[in-house]
Design a protein around this ligand. Structure first.
Ligand code: BDR
Ligand code: CA
Length: 320
């Protein structure tokens, strides 16, 4: 048996979050030690309930789910995105969602600190929503950055347009200040952003493959996918899903399928470009002071897109 990497997923389910969490559960490379939730695709109470529904479908209700931030570090939560993820965050497909218990351990930032300090050097973090919980954890315990095995995040756009605004990707727009803290911390970060995730598609055939059968997972996927599929049909003109969050899981198990480059990164926190992730590619005619002293972040800039789509399907099929 290979060494299983301890993994915490910080998530805002969210339809593609649901697919990503299920995919991670199907990966024997990981020992998933908990989910932390954050506002984003829906309010944090909803994303927490959704996390419970996802684990229930996968028969993994034994795993801790820890409720996290309800608002970004600065400003207020902009609200859910019913046209993308439904009013319930799971596509309004009738998924039964348990009521959440106020007795949950928490908050998420504290759970992250506890787990990482319990196993220094061993815990990997996969962040699939706004980065508020991670920034709060660093604020609680600045030594954390030296104790995390890796941080992989879905979010950002280095060299392409945004999806939430012309400039910004949704997770970074959700909390640009937290994003800037996370990209600036001295820990090994990989950014899996729109540069690649917008090209990783589950087409109609792939969707048929992951929704067939009578398992609880297939039935959850059948319930949540239509809303997301309608959105991409209307917005991107495709019959299928763009696989944002599952692509970051694919990166953790098959990094060889991604082309990466490393640059210091900043996040715009002002004006119409709020939420834009900016690499310092080193082509300026004067020192880039705002990027100085930042450790390079590994940024996915290309990938074997069709193979990654297959990997996502094959892993999900293990749960059907
Ligand atoms: C990201 O934003 C959310 O809508 C998705 O769940 C994903 O994490 C894509 O920009
Ligand atoms: Ca997400």
């Amino acid at each position: 048996m290979t060494d299983r990497r301890k993994l915490i997923i910080d998530t805002d389910p969210g339809i593609d979050d649901a697919v990503a969490v299920l995919m991670a559960l199907a990966c024997d490379e990981f020992d998933l030690i908990g989910l932390t939730t954050v506002f984003g695709n829906a309010a944090v109470d909803a994303t927490t309930r959704n996390a419970h529904a996802i684990l229930h479908a996968a028969r993994r209700s034994d795993l801790p789910i820890v409720r996290g931030a309800s608002t970004p570090l600065a400003g207020t939560y902009a609200g859910p995105v019913p046209h993308i993820h439904g009013t319930d965050g799971l596509g309004d497909g009738g998924v039964a969602r348990p009521a959440i218990s106020r007795d949950d351990p928490g908050p998420a930032a504290m759970f992250l600190c506890e787990q990482i300090n319990r196993s220094p050097g061993d815990v990997h973090i996969l962040a699939l929503g706004p980065l508020t919980n991670l920034a709060l954890a660093l604020r609680l315990d600045p030594s954390l950055s030296g104790k995390v095995a890796s941080v992989t995040l879905m979010g950002g756009n280095a060299f392409c347009a945004g999806n939430a605004t012309p400039c910004a990707e949704a997770n970074f727009l959700g909390d640009p200040e937290a994003g800037d803290i996370v990209l600036g911390a001295v820990w090994p970060v990989a950014m899996i952003g729109l540069d690649v995730t917008q090209k990783i598609v589950l087409d109609a055939d792939a969707l048929s493959e992951i929704t067939c059968g009578s398992s609880a997972v297939a039935s959850l996927l059948r319930a949540v996918i239509p809303c997301y599929r309608r959105f991409f049909g209307a917005t991107n003109g495709i019959d299928g899903l763009l696989c944002h969050d599952p692509s970051a899981v694919a990166f953790l198990i098959r990094p060889d399928l991604f082309e990466k480059k490393s640059w210091p990164m900043r996040v715009e926190t002002q004006g119409i470009s709020r939420g834009k992730t900016w690499p310092d590619v080193g082509a300026t005619d004067r020192p880039a002071k705002a990027w100085q002293d930042r450790r390079p972040v590994s940024v996915a800039v290309g990938a074997d897109y069709p193979t990654i789509s297959r990997v996502i399907v094959e892993r999900l099929r293990r749960l059907l």
